[in-house]
Ligand binder design. Structure first.
Ligand SMILES: [Cu+2]
Length: 69
């Protein structure tokens, strides 16, 4: 199990948190997603290292933007 943190732009409310959490939770190996709305930091716990482009796409699909890995 490992944890990675990502900075995400555009999240403003609980709905945004749910959208990003749901999208990232669908990635293979992801076990837990925690979103800190106040600073836009998303922590993902997973069975293996997640590739940046994979994470960026999941966040983009949810309608937000990965601004820093
Ligand atoms: Cu929102």
């Amino acid at each position: 199990m490992m944890a990675q943190t990502f900075k995400v732009a555009g999240m403003t409310c609980g709905h945004c948190v749910t959208s990003v959490t749901d999208s990232l939770s669908k990635l293979a190996g992801v076990e837990h997603v925690k979103v800190d709305l106040s600073d836009g930091v998303v922590t993902v716990r997973s069975k293996h290292h997640l590739a940046g482009p994979e994470v960026a796409k999941a966040i983009d699909d949810a309608g937000y933007e990965l601004i820093a890995p």
